[in-house]
Design a protein around this ligand. Structure first.
Ligand code: NAP
Length: 384
């Protein structure tokens, strides 16, 4: 039976949800609704972003499972930016899995993602619910960057690259209160349950029953001779690498069961200067203490519009040849670009069918999503 809406944006009053709603309204989307826990706040956001006055508003509270189920039953896709997901997201995943509703989020919380896979994957497969985590900067550009590189490797060499290096060459943007809260919630959960630390440290936390070869930690600054550059740790690597390995797992190891992958940031400067810069960067934690942004806060419009990113994926083949793929995005990664990526993911989910389960964007939507993001969301993917 047709549902009331193609897409419900849940969390439209938050920093990122508001940007998603603004994007959909600007793109002329129809059959969509804004959802949250406060009708007044939703109406104020609808008016402030210039969405049509008759844009439907749906009330659902993360603490009220019946309201979440009622919301899920009305939508083809629920796009949620209500986070931290480990605090507010579990009942919504359960509701979508039970009602066969597609789901897209911005989660970068691997402990919670694994618990959702364990709890709901079987039911999602049974009902046909396509649950897709991590549809923002973490981890779409990385997930699709590696997928693109491996497609090229298979086309040129008949085999995937067994070793891929993900390297952040440029990244300009800031953090929001919700992202800061999510990182803090993960640290607090790990302090309560030390077994979570083992899971967080494993690149194979999201591939139940499969552990591949040893992976580089990416935690120590190093000189990369292939790139002739110094490298520092990348704050999003712990979530992205797990998602990339899950894509490989869900695609029956298209990248090989021996696939090795890491992500680090390229630091400007060579020699001692580059080394010192990499070591200094490794010590910075932008979200340490209580000084970070509060929920609802994030980078300004000017900061979002002047932001951008440039990612290199270097695939090393056994015969010594190298294949590069470069992914770029306009706008700041975490919000300007992320809001477009998750909105286009949800639109594609609403327009297409597919098998139920708990998916990564790359494994479920792959090249179709890449095309959409190129056409509409300011991303480029170039194979060198
Ligand atoms: N992966 C990525 O690239 C990426 C990028 C950006 C953000 N994120 C993630 O996205 C999430 C949101 O970040 P943000 O900065 O946008 O957060 P935020 O501004 O704090 O917004 C949180 C939203 O959750 C809602 N909410 C809180 N408790 C609720 C409840 N009990 N019932 C219903 N709604 C509730 C808030 O509603 P009220 O307005 O009513 O309080 C608000 O709409 C975070 O988990 C963050 O880590 C990820």
């Amino acid at each position: 039976m047709a549902r009331d809406f193609d897409i419900i944006v849940y969390g439209a009053t938050g920093f990122t949800g508001r940007l998603v709603a603004e994007y959909l309204a600007g793109a002329g989307a129809t059959r969509w609704a804004m959802a949250g826990r406060s009708a007044d706040k939703l109406a104020a956001v609808r008016d402030a972003i210039g969405a049509p006055a008759d844009t439907p508003l749906v009330i659902a509270d993360a603490d009220d499972p019946a309201s979440l189920r009622a919301m899920a039953e009305r939508a083809t896709v629920v796009l949620t930016t209500v986070g931290p997901y480990q605090l507010y997201g579990s009942d919504l995943v359960a509701a979508c899995a039970a009602t066969g509703t597609a789901y897209a989020d911005l989660c970068g919380e691997p402990g919670w993602m694994r618990s959702m896979i364990d709890a709901h994957e079987a039911e999602a497969k049974r009902t046909g619910a396509r649950i897709v985590f991590s549809c923002g900067f973490d981890s779409i550009p990385f997930d699709l960057g590696v997928l693109t590189l491996q497609e090229a490797a298979i086309a040129r060499h008949g085999a995937p690259a067994p070793r891929v290096k993900g390297r952040v060459r440029q990244m300009k943007g800031g953090f929001s209160g919700g992202t800061a809260a999510s990182l803090k919630a993960t640290l607090a959960a790990a302090a309560r349950d030390p077994s979570l630390l083992r899971l967080l440290a494993s690149s194979f936390a999201l591939t139940p029953g499969f552990t591949g070869p040893h992976q580089p930690t990416g935690l120590i600054p190093e000189y990369d001779a292939h790139l002739n550059a110094w490298l520092a740790p990348f704050v999003m690597a712990p979530i992205n690498t797990k998602n990339v390995h899950r894509t490989n797992f869900l695609l029956d190891h298209r990248y090989g069961a021996d696939f090795v992958y890491d992500e680090m940031v390229v630091v400007p400067g060579l020699g001692d200067l580059g080394k010192a810069a990499a070591e200094a960067l490794a010590k910075i934690n932008p979200l340490k203490g209580d000084k970070g942004p509060k929920p609802g806060e994030g980078p300004s419009r000017a900061e979002r519009e002047s932001g951008h990113y440039d990612l290199l994926f270097a695939g090393l083949m056994p015969d010594g040849t190298r294949i590069d793929t470069v992914v770029t995005g306009d706008r700041d990664p975490g919000y300007g670009s992320t809001s477009k990526m998750i909105a286009e993911t949800a639109r594609l989910l609403a327009e297409t069918d597919g098998e139920g389960g708990i998916w990564t964007p790359g494994a479920l939507l792959g090249a179709r999503l890449r095309d959409r993001l190129r056409e509409r969301a300011g991303l480029t993917f170039e194979v060198g």
